[in-house]
Structures are given as structure tokens and as C-alpha cells.
Design a protein around this ligand. Structure first.
Ligand code: GLU
Length: 469
């Protein structure tokens, strides 16, 4: 038996740079990336920038930034369609020469009239084939006052189908498909045609994209066949719905990937969460990037739409934060403290992370919490002082200060022990000392575990603030 070596897997992500990278695009990119990585193949990035009115360099940059943030670097590209115009024109000429495409001189008004006629006859509106050459058919005289478009000679009968990697068999009758315009009167190629030439030239073996492209696929397959190209496999990913079941949009919150960076989500958590939106590996909710790559299989992509669940994203992010290394978290949170006009060097930020990370859902929450240590000290206002710093409390604090001065080590364990022993000595319960202590040292009534807070603030600062009560 002979075994043929399957050609190396090559996938691509082909965004149109008309805005930021949205969550749906990032998820499609992730699936293409994971599929390529799983098969030790190549992941290509192609920027589909032929819509010059709507494409911007800022949007290209936003796509590149988002992909870098999610650590989905392409192996090849970015390739820009606008830089490949000569190649598209060349293929148009080749198809005209081969007879798989033809010049069509019908004016837009004439094409509209053809469509109207078909509609009136209860048929699907379409171009009527006036300029389509057929053996034995004579074509009208070429008008001299207009430039032609180039149309693809789509098969007239039969069906065009594929076995979708996600949706299973899909088929379209060729009578449903018009003779597609592949080049405009000024010679510029049209959208579907550029995609075909690129997928062909870039030797893409698996096209994984949003299911809003299902209708383009039979047209692209027919052109690829006319070119004698090997067909890629296609997988169309269902869309993402918002929590209310409507298509995910701005109404549901941020849809721009980089907004999640700003809000303090970890890219690892984002990748984990996005992967689970429409893909599964048993009941696993938390997995590493390596496991995703290891397990990724298009058979486990869901046929039905996925639902965006911000609570679950927060849960996943909290998990990643809790399991992050303290020093690594400190590094990620430090710039966010600076944004809040705090000083990340004011204390041992690693210790702060260790104290706060079990209860934080985002890096921003960590930064907010860290401001207790890195922000300006704002003493408690008179109202709070009047309520909690009565004579008895002041006496307790003074005793605490005296004994704290004598502590040989300033750790949260020794401070906790001291607090306990003062409570016992004075026969009072924790709030009687805890609240005044917090108020005196941090200016706030509520803080994380007080022993740890005092340990992080440091002996000098704590004694100084206690001295000022
Ligand atoms: N440029 C298209 C889009 O952003 C994707 C085309 C494709 O994946 O074939 O929707």
C-alpha cells in the first residue's frame, strides 16, 4: 500500500481593516491559528484592504496589535491585497484567454432591467448572459462608448457543494449563482476574486471563517475549479450572540479586543474564554494554550451559535489571576497603578498581589486595590474619626503601638499574633481594634486582612500614622 504525504496544513486569517478587531474576528483567527498549530502547519495573515474607502492604516495596526496581544503571531504575512493588484489582473487576463471569463458590456441600467425582468417572472434576479460566449452563439456588437466588466463563466447547471468542516454537507444549485463580476470597468478586481487568487497562491488548505461567508463559498469554489486549483477545505464558524440572544454588538459591552486589555483581562484568559465560545474538549473550561493546540479539532466546533457570557469571562480571568505568579502580576499591574497616579514602588508590590489576587477578577481591580498602598494617604475624615476613634479605641491603639514597636520581626504572622494578644489582654472582640487600626493606618474602614496590610505598609509608616492619632 502506498501512502501519500498529506500536504502541510496552511490556514489564514483574512480580516478587512475597516475598524478594530472585534471578538468574533479574534475567535475566528484563534481557531485558524490553533488548527495550524495542531497540525504543525502555517498560519497566514492576510489584510483584505481593497475596500479603500473603509480601510485605514489605524485599523491595520489595531489588528496587528490585537493579534500580538493574544500571542497569535502569523508564520507568514501580513500580506496586503492592495499590493497584489498586478497579480489579480494577471489572473483575470489568464481566465479571459482560457475562456473561463468574458467581457460583458451591459451597462448597470441594463443589468438592473434584466434583474427586474427575472423578478417579474418570479425568478431569481440575475444577469441574463447576453455577453456570455457559447459555441455557435453570436454576441452583440461591442459598444464603443463604455468599458466592459469581466464576468466569470459560472457553470450553468449542476450543483456546487462541499463538506463543511463544521456544518457538514452544503450545496448550492449553480442556477442560483450569477456570472460573477470579477473585474470592474477600471480593471480593479472584486472581493470574491481576490480571495480566490490569494487562497490559491497562498496554498491555503483550510479556510476557517465566519458563516456570513457561506454564500461566497460556492462562487469561490467554482472559480478555483476553473483555475485548476486544488480546493481548500472550508469550515464556517457560527456567530457569537449576546447574552440576550441577539447578534453580539456594542450594545452588549465592549466588542473591541483591545478594550479587554484596557479593562484588565489577561490575554491567556481571553484566549481560553474565546476558544470555549463554540469549541469544546469534554467539560474542560480551563486549559492552557498548549492544551488547546494539542486538543484542537474542527469536529469539536459547535454547529450552533455561541453565547457571550461576561460573568464566565470574569470567572476565567479570576482563575488566571489567582494562578499567576505574584511578581508577574506586579509587573502587569504597575502601569495601571501609574495610570491611577499611584506609585507602584511605594511598597513591595509582589506582596500586595499575593494579598489581593484571590479576590480580583481583573487587573484593574488589582490596581484599584493596590492604591491602598501606592496611592496618597488620605486620613479618615472627622465623622469617621468621631464614630470609631473614641477614648477607648485610642487607648487600644496606643497599647498596640507600644507593643508593635517592640516586635522583633514585622511580618503578617507576628502582627496577627500581636493583634490577638491585645484583644485577649483587653478582653475585646476584633472589630473594637480592627476598625480603629484600619482607620488610623489607612484612612479606611475596610481593608484586606489587617495583619498583611500592616506588614506590607512597613514598620515606619505604621508607627508614624499610629503616632498621629
Ligand atoms: N475579509 C473577510 C472579512 O473580514 C474575510 C474573508 C475570508 O475569510 O474569506 O469578513
Amino acid at each position: 500500500m502506498t501512502t501519500s504525504t498529506p500536504s502541510a496544513v496552511r490556514t489564514r486569517f483574512a480580516p478587512s481593516p475597516t475598524g478594530y478587531l472585534h471578538l468574533g474576528g479574534a475567535r475566528t483567527a484563534l481557531f485558524s491559528w490553533a488548527f495550524a498549530r495542531h497540525h504543525k502547519g502555517i498560519f497566514v495573515l492576510r489584510i483584505e484592504d481593497t475596500d479603500v474607502e473603509r480601510s485605514t492604516p489605524e485599523a491595520v495596526q489595531a489588528i496587528l496589535d490585537s493579534m500580538a496581544w493574544l500571542n497569535m503571531q502569523p508564520d507568514e504575512g501580513p500580506f496586503y491585497q492592495m499590493q497584489r493588484m498586478d497579480r489579480y489582473r494577471e489572473v483575470v487576463q489568464q481566465m479571459l484567454a482560457d475562456g473561463t471569463a468574458y467581457y460583458c458590456y451591459s451597462s448597470p441600467a441594463e443589468v438592473e432591467a434584466m434583474r427586474e425582468k427575472a423578478r417579474a417572472a418570479g425568478l431569481k434576479p440575475r444577469y441574463d448572459g447576453t455577453w456570455r460566449p457559447e459555441p455557435g452563439k453570436s454576441l452583440p456588437a461591442v459598444p464603443t462608448d463604455r468599458k466592459p466588466v469581466v464576468r466569470f463563466k459560472n457553470p450553468l447547471d449542476g450543483a456546487t457543494g462541499w463538506n463543511d468542516l463544521i456544518k457538514g454537507p452544503i450545496s448550492f444549485d449553480n442556477t442560483e449563482l450569477d456570472d460573477l463580476v470579477i473585474a470592474r470597468p477600471d480593471g480593479t478586481p472584486t472581493y470574491n476574486f481576490c480571495v480566490v487568487v490569494d487562497d490559491w497562491d497562498m496554498k491555503i488548505t483550510h479556510v476557517i471563517r465566519g458563516d456570513d461567508h457561506v454564500n461566497n463559498t460556492p462562487r469561490q469554489i467554482n472559480i478555483l475549479r476553473a483555475l485548476g486549483a486544488t480546493l481548500p477545505e472550508y469550515g464556517h464558524v457560527p456567530m457569537i450572540l449576546g447574552p440576550d440572544g441577539e447578534k453580539l454588538s456594542k450594545r452588549h459591552g465592549a466588542v473591541n479586543v483591545m478594550e479587554y486589555d484596557k479593562e484588565g483581562y489577561l490575554p491567556e484568559a481571553m484566549v481560553n474564554y474565546l476558544a470555549r465560545l463554540g469549541w469544546s474538549h469534554g467539560n474542560d473550561e480551563i486549559f492552557t494554550r498548549e492544551q488547546l493546540v494539542d486538543w484542537f479539532d474542527t469536529r469539536n466546533l459547535s454547529k450552533s451559535a455561541a453565547q457571550w457570557d461576561p460573568k464566565k469571562l470574569n470567572w476565567v480571568n479570576a482563575h488566571y489571576i489567582k494562578n499567576s505568579d505574584d511578581a508577574d502580576l506586579a509587573e502587569r499591574v504597575a502601569p495601571r497603578i501609574v495610570q491611577r497616579c499611584g506609585n507602584p514602588q511605594a511598597v513591595d508590590l509582589t506582596a500586595v498581589m499575593s494579598l489581593l489576587k484571590d479576590r480580583a477578577e481583573t487587573l484593574n481591580q488589582l490596581a484599584d486595590g493596590a492604591m491602598l498602598f501606592c496611592g496618597p494617604y488620605i486620613p479618615a475624615n472627622t465623622e469617621l474619626r468621631a464614630e470609631h476613634l473614641d477614648e477607648h479605641a485610642v487607648a487600644l491603639l496606643s497599647d498596640f503601638k507600644k507593643q508593635a514597636e517592640a516586635l522583633s520581626d514585622w511580618t503578617s504572622a507576628s502582627l496577627d499574633d500581636l493583634i490577638k494578644s491585645i484583644l485577649a489582654q483587653h478582653g475585646v472582640k476584633m472589630p473594637k481594634l480592627g476598625v480603629p487600626l484600619r482607620l488610623a493606618v489607612t484612612g479606611q474602614k475596610q481593608t484586606p486582612a489587617i495583619g498583611a496590610v500592616l506588614a506590607i505598609l512597613g514598620r515606619d509608616l505604621v508607627l508614624e500614622r499610629l503616632g498621629a492619632v
